[in-house]
Design a protein. Sequence first.
Length: 347
Amino acid sequence: MRILVTGASGFIGGRFAAHALSLGYEVRCSGRRAESLSWLERRGAECLAGDLLDPGFAERLAEGCEVIVHCAGAVGTWGPYSYFHDANVRTTEHVLAAALRSKVRRLVHLSSPSMYFDGRDHRDITEDFVPPRFFDHYGATKYLAEQKVFAAGRQGLEVIALRPRFVIGAGDTAIFPRLLRAHQSGRLKIIGRGENQVDLTPVENLNLALDLAIRAPEAALGQAYNISNGEPVAFWPTFNRLLERLGMPALTRHVPYPLAYGMACLAEWRAHLTPGQPEPAILRLGMAVMARDFNLNIDAARAQLGYQPQVSVADGLEAFARWWEAGMPAGLENAWSSNERAGHALG
């Protein structure tokens, strides 16, 4: 089976493309940067660099593929709405249009549980939850992109959306690296009491879920599924265990959540007054995410997709720690190789 993986120059898309190759799929990859795809090409993938805002590029990608795993999109919280709409909604529209014209059978859409987040505590969130307001442009545009996917499903395309929470592992540059650098600079403190429960999802488990979505039965189609390990962890004690593993001093200082959030509001206000709007060092979203309970109910994925997490949070953190200790070697090829070595050591 030939599959297309969009966004393969990023952490999740690249790691899944490599996983799909290891499973025997014929893989076509896309990303904006050709140099970030070369390692997948060496492994046997067909790689095309380009911009999905170009409908013609999306058409070329989809031609001859049976399934599309759509991982491309913008992440983060800083920037104008137009940036996130282009990267998350317009690109998805182009991929969907190309899929329908090229007679692609199925599209698996990488969505996000960020659409649930409204700055409050939430536990055991099910897929039908819609917050009274979206916290940021990212969550709002990921929700809108999902609606486009389901609309294409009503036109005959088989569709499934996955909403994975806090994906970790070798190659992650978004979550723990930022916290570790802030800790190394002496800027990081525990936000609030430090007791909030969150989900962490090793990338290997997301890879499993994506493959299950490719092969899912008809009854599972046309729905979104939460993906996590289904075992919430106390975020700050877990981060302190990672610090201990890396030989770094534990975090002991706290900052009250209202103060941290107020400081982030001020930082964002100042940044908005600066030409070019550089991202401030602290953001309201970051303060809220690091202080609130936020975990997903994965019963639907278990029942409809047969999803059962295989890699523990501890093993996911160990894979990340090994990669970090190796100096975060450039490129996902090194992350994949580091993960393979870690897997042998852990198994």
